[in-house]
Design a protein around this ligand. Structure first.
Ligand code: 4AD
Ligand code: MG
Length: 466
């Protein structure tokens, strides 16, 4: 009797003796004297299943189709392996090739490829060891995120992808339009007339689900969004994407302190989950990508984060400059912290994640709560070694009149934020939240150096394939 073997991950954990079917793609094939060795993978494990076929067991025309990249079913008996590297192997006496693959043109060869090359074959890179592990970890990370919020009573709330207001007030939005570019309707002054567009107004791809998450928090107390966000920033750094995924919890009756406590608990939880559930992948990254990954994750899961204000951060950076440290970007009270500044704080000074709070209002979004000093806002960024900013959040401005003047100060159109202001009129409460970039977190936990290599189909300035 044939038993369906299931995923290769599960087959590898089985005892010898059973007769099973295994399905997958050929990673490599090696021919010994009178014997063929096939490494079969199905994406479920970092380890392949070794399939052994004695010469003459299957017709030679069929065996000729078993080439790198081909897809097949192998049927036979699970046997204790005598070779190094695996405990069990499949001795097959029956093969079925579903799709052949021309080894001369199959782009994934056995030799190590560069990340740049693999980025050019996004449709096949998930079959490489590295990307197979990356996307399994991405899956596990998403599960851990949902688990944390679900276990803590948060409601998963879907904010829209098509937005009509700029959530960050930063003006870097992609327009989402149904207008015919060859014949756009025009206003009398010659501009495109968006009142004739699909929605009767101009619409965009969302940069953040926060404003709608606030609306939900004022009904459900604790909520989170988890979806794609889009930013039309012409940035080509290894930390920026034009399409990325963001997790945004929002909590009513919660000030900045409460928000920080939750963020730290959240980070520690998801890292502990990954250490538990993706041990073999993390070990792979530690060995092949970055020798510090495991140590860093274990450290974060168990130790405290540093807490400083923006003003203190500037003080530390100024002292470093006095002592001879040079930075490309100038440091002064009011400057935006650049990646090099964030890395100095996390890698040289504190050597762990750092929470920076109370930034100048001029460099932060309009919705952040104004401090008593009138110059700073209740902002919080969590910076980590290697990556820099991984989380950005704040306490929100819940006072109607203060928010109106902040919107005006930022030069935004008050009309677009009418509903958002309304929330400050009907049962407004102190509330806070933050956003974590899924891909930044992925870089942190895998040690991958480029954000384009932790999302299946990266979109960034000047690049989008598939
Ligand atoms: O700091 P940001 O812009 O904050 C917000 O969008 C707030 N609405 C979040 C909130 O309070 N609910 O973005 C939050 C995080 C960043 O810390 C970073 O991890 C990630 O989103 N992020 C990006 N990741 C990849 N590519 C980009 N272009 C990103 N921009 C932000
Ligand atoms: Mg930010």
């Amino acid at each position: 009797m044939i038993e369906k073997g299931g995923y290769i991950r599960d087959i590898l954990a089985r005892a010898p003796g059973a007769r099973i079917d295994a399905f997958g793609w050929v990673k490599t094939r090696r021919d010994g004297k009178g014997i063929h060795f096939i490494q079969l993978q199905d994406g479920s494990s970092s380890q392949d299943l070794q399939v052994v076929v004695e010469e003459g067991r299957v017709p030679s025309e069929l065996m000729a189709q078993v080439t790198t990249g081909a897809s097949l079913r192998a049927t036979g008996e699970l046997v204790k392996s005598v070779g190094a590297g695996q405990a069990i192997e499949l001795h097959a006496d029956e093969l079925q090739v579903f799709g052949s693959s021309d080894p001369a043109t199959y782009p994934l060869q056995k030799k190590g490829h560069t990340m740049e090359f693999l980025r050019e074959i996004q449709h096949l890179r998930s079959r490489s060891n590295t990307f197979s592990a990356v996307f399994r970890v991405r899956n596990a990370l998403c599960c851990a995120i949902h688990k944390f919020f679900q276990e803590n009573g948060f409601i998963y709330f879907h904010s829209p992808i098509i937005a009509t207001s700029d959530a960050e007030g930063a003006g870097s939005m992609f327009t989402a339009t149904g207008i015919d570019f060859n014949h756009p309707p025009r206003t009398s002054d010659g501009n495109v007339d968006f009142s004739q567009d699909f929605y009767g107004k101009r619409a965009f791809l969302t940069v953040s689900g926060q404003l709608q998450a606030e609306m939900a928090a004022l009904a459900f107390s604790n909520v989170y969004t988890f979806g794609p966000c889009f930013r039309a920033e012409k940035s080509t750094t290894p930390r920026h994407l034009a399409e990325f995924w963001m997790i945004e919890p929002e909590m009513a009756f919660c000030d900045l302190n409460c928000c920080q406590v939750l963020a730290v608990r959240f980070l520690k939880f998801i890292i502990a989950e990954l250490l538990d559930n993706c041990a073999s992948e993390i070990e792979f990254f530690n060995k092949r990508i970055d020798n510090d990954v495991l140590k860093t994750l274990e450290h974060v899961a168990t130790s405290d984060f540093a807490h400083i204000t923006y003003t203190e951060a500037i003080g530390i950076l100024e002292t470093a400059i006095k002592n001879g440290r040079t930075f490309e970007f100038p440091v002064f009270w009011g400057c935006d912290l650049q990646s090099e500044h964030e890395r100095h704080l996390t890698e040289q000074v504190f050597r762990k994640p750092v929470i920076v709070t109370d930034y100048p209002k001029e460099i932060k979004a309009f919705y952040m709560r104004l401090n008593e000093d009138g110059r700073t806002v209740r902002a919080m960024d969590i910076l980590t070694p290697r990556i820099g900013e991984i989380i950005g959040g704040s306490q929100r401005e819940e006072r109607h009149d203060v928010l109106v003047s902040r919107i005006r100060e930022a030069g935004l159109n008050e009309e677009h934020y009418r509903w958002y202001l309304d929330l400050r009129k009907f049962g407004s409460v102190p509330h806070s939240g933050f956003g974590m970039g899924l891909e930044r977190m992925m870089m942190y936990v895998t040690g991958m150096k480029n954000i384009r290599d932790v999302i299946p189909c990266p979109r960034s300035f000047g690049a989008a394939s598939l």
